[in-house]
Design a protein around this ligand. Sequence first.
Ligand code: F3S
Length: 74
Amino acid sequence: ATYTKIDQDTCIGCGSCGAVSPDVYDYDDEGLAFVILDDNQGCKEIPEDLMEDVEDAYEECPTESIKLANEPFD
Ligand code: F3S
C-alpha cells in the first residue's frame, strides 16, 4: 500500500499535481496542494487504479513536495 501527503511548507502551488492526478490532489484557498483522499493527513491508502497518476505527479513536482510512503504518515 502507498500513502501520500503534500508538504505545504515547500509547495509553491505550481499546479502540476492536480493536473496530472486530479482524483488525488487539489488546491486549498491559498493555492497550495493537498491530498483529497484524507485531507492531506496521509492516512488513507491510494487506490491501486490511481497509483500511476500519483507516480507521474510525484516525478513532476518541481519542489519535491509530494511525499510517498509505504506506511501512513503520522
Ligand atoms: Fe505544489 Fe508540487 Fe503540486 S509544487 S502544486 S505539490 S506539483
